[in-house]
Design a protein. Structure first.
Length: 478
C-alpha cells in the first residue's frame, strides 16, 4: 500500500512539474490577442411582450498569437475569457427593459431559461455575461456565440442612444474585456473591444401610428394595431390574437415561427409552439410562410402607400428608419469616413433589392456585397478593392468578409480590419481603441495619411525582427 502511495506521489509531482514547465515556457514568450464582434451592430428591442424580431445575441471572436519571426496561432493550452463591465447579472436583472426579456423569453423559446441554476443570466446558446471562449478550428478563433449583451444606461457620455420609449439615453457600445491565461493562471495577453447592440427604429413610427388609429401609443397598443395591419395581408392573420403559450393573452409572437430567418439559424419556418391557441373571436387559421422574414418586412415597407405618404417617401434609401438610428448611426466604418459610401452603394436600395430578389435568401453571399464589388445586380459609383486570394468558410451565409481569413490563411479579415460596418479606421473613436493600442508603439511609423487607428499593417505587431513601418501586408489565403 505504501509503495502505491509513493508511486502516486511521484506521478503527481511529475505532472505538477510538467504543468509548471509548460506555464514557464508560455510565460517566456510575448502573446497578442485580437478580438472582434462579428457585426458592427446587432439589434435588440426595448420590450418583448408583443413580438420578437431578434433576441439579445452577440458573437465575439478572438485570435491569439505567440509572437516570433513567424507568429504561431495558439489553438490550445490557454484559457480565453471575456467579461462585460457595463453588463453584469445585477445590472441587467435591474433593468426594466431586460426584465421583459427575462419574463417572456421562455415563451418565445420554449424550454429556454434565461437565468441558470446558479443565478447567472445566459443567452439562448447558454453563454453567460462573463464566460470562457471555445476554440473553433473552422474560424481559426476562440469564439463565444450568443452572448446576451444589451444597451444600458451608464450615466456617462457613452449614453448616446435615444430611447424610443422616452426613457433615459443608453450606451449601445458595450465593452468586452478579453483575457488570455496559461495553464498556471498567468495572464499572457489582454485586449478590449466593442460588442455593439442598439434598438431599431420600429417604435419611432409604430407608436404614433397606433395613436393615429385609436390605440394607446405604447408597446401594447402598437402590438394590437400591428395585428390589425397584419390581418390586412393575404394571410388574414391578426398576430395580436395568437396566444403561443396558452395563457389566454395574445403574444409574445416570434416572427420567425412563420417567416424563417437565417439570423435565427433557420432555413425554413419552424412553425408555432404546440401550446399555441387563438384568442376568442379569431377567424383565421395558423400557417407557415415560405417567405423569409427579411423579404416580407422590407418588401412591405418599401411598397406601402401608408409608409410612403405618412412617414418617409424615401424609405428605400433611408436605412436608419429601421436599422439602428436613434442617434447611434450603426454604419460608421472607414468607407463612410473616407469616401461617403452609403449603405445603398454596396447593398442597393430596397427597390433594387426587391427587383433583384435579394431578400428571398437573405444573408447569403449571392445577395451580399464583397470587398470586390456590390451586391449582384447593383451598380456602384465607387471603385471597389482589387481581387486578392483569401480563404472563406461557409461562404454561403453572412458573407465572405465576416467569414474570411487572409494573411497566409491565419488571420481573420475582421481581426485586422475591424467588424463589418465599423471597419478601421472607424468614424467612432471607441472602435479604434484596439488597433491604436496594438499599433501605438512609438517606434512604429506611418505613411502620410495613415495612423495607428488604421487596419493592422505594422508587421511587428505580431512578428519580431520585421518592419516597423505600416504598409499593406500580403493577403494570400494560402
Amino acid at each position: 500500500m505504501k509503495s502505491i502511495k509513493k508511486k502516486m506521489v511521484v506521478v503527481m509531482a511529475a505532472a505538477a512539474i510538467a504543468v509548471l514547465s509548460i506555464a514557464s515556457a508560455a510565460s517566456a514568450y510575448t502573446y497578442k490577442v485580437l478580438a472582434r464582434n462579428d457585426l458592427g451592430m446587432h439589434c435588440a428591442c426595448p420590450t418583448f411582450e408583443g413580438f420578437l424580431l431578434l433576441p439579445p445575441f452577440n458573437t465575439i471572436r478572438a485570435q491569439v498569437f505567440r509572437m516570433g519571426g513567424d507568429p504561431s496561432p495558439i489553438t490550445s493550452g490557454v484559457t480565453v475569457s471575456y467579461s462585460i463591465p457595463e453588463n453584469t447579472d445585477a445590472i441587467l436583472k435591474a433593468d426594466p427593459y431586460y426584465s421583459s426579456w427575462l419574463t417572456f423569453s421562455p415563451k418565445l423559446f420554449p424550454g429556454f431559461a434565461p437565468v441558470n441554476a446558479q443565478g447567472n443570466i445566459v443567452g439562448i446558446t447558454g453563454k453567460k455575461l462573463a464566460d470562457t471562449m471555445t476554440y473553433d478550428a473552422t474560424s481559426r478563433s476562440y469564439i463565444a456565440v450568443g452572448v446576451p449583451v444589451y444597451p444600458v444606461t451608464t450615466g456617462t457620455t457613452k449614453d448616446i442612444m435615444i430611447d424610443p420609449l422616452g426613457g433615459p439615453k443608453r450606451n449601445p457600445y458595450i465593452t468586452a474585456n478579453i483575457t488570455v491565461k496559461d495553464t498556471a493562471g498567468t495572464t499572457l495577453a489582454t485586449t478590449s473591444t466593442i460588442m455593439p447592440v442598439a434598438f431599431g427604429g420600429c417604435c419611432t413610427c409604430h407608436l404614433p401610428l397606433a395613436a393615429q388609429n385609436g390605440y394607446p401609443a405604447t408597446p401594447a397598443g402598437s402590438f394590437a394595431y400591428l395585428g390589425v395591419m397584419h390581418a390586412q395581408n393575404t394571410s388574414k392573420i391578426n398576430i395580436a390574437m395568437i396566444d403561443p403559450d396558452g395563457d389566454g393573452v395574445g403574444g409574445p409572437v416570434r416572427c420567425s415561427w412563420c417567416h424563417w430567418d437565417p439570423a435565427m439559424g433557420e432555413s425554413a419556418a419552424p412553425g408555432w409552439p404546440t401550446a399555441t391557441k387563438l384568442l376568442p373571436g379569431a377567424t383565421f387559421t395558423l400557417k407557415k410562410s415560405v417567405y423569409s422574414f427579411s423579404d416580407v418586412l422590407h418588401r412591405f415597407h418599401a411598397k406601402s402607400q401608408k409608409v410612403l405618404t405618412q412617414f418617409d417617401a424615401n424609405i428605400a434609401t433611408n436605412c436608419y428608419d429601421c436599422h439602428p438610428g436613434n442617434n447611434v448611426n450603426c454604419y460608421r466604418g472607414t468607407h463612410k469616413g473616407k469616401t461617403a459610401i452609403w449603405c445603398t452603394d454596396c447593398h442597393g436600395n430596397l427597390t433594387q433589392r426587391i427587383a433583384t430578389n435579394q431578400m428571398a435568401k437573405p444573408w447569403q453571399t449571392a445577395s451580399l456585397p464583397t470587398c470586390f464589388g456590390p451586391s449582384a445586380g447593383i451598380t456602384s459609383a465607387f471603385a471597389c478593392h482589387a481581387t486578392f486570394t483569401a480563404s472563406t468558410w461557409d461562404p454561403g451565409l453572412f458573407g465572405k468578409f465576416i467569414n474570411g481569413v487572409g494573411h497566409e490563411g491565419k488571420v481573420l479579415c475582421e481581426s485586422c480590419h475591424g467588424s463589418a460596418h465599423s471597419e478601421a479606421p472607424s468614424t467612432m473613436a471607441l472602435d479604434n481603441v484596439e488597433n491604436a493600442t496594438l499599433q501605438g508603439n512609438t517606434a512604429f511609423t506611418f505613411p502620410a495619411g495613415k495612423d495607428k487607428t488604421y487596419s493592422i499593417g505594422v508587421c511587428n505587431v505580431c512578428h519580431t525582427s520585421r518592419s516597423n513601418n505600416w504598409s499593406r501586408p500580403p493577403h494570400s489565403g494560402n
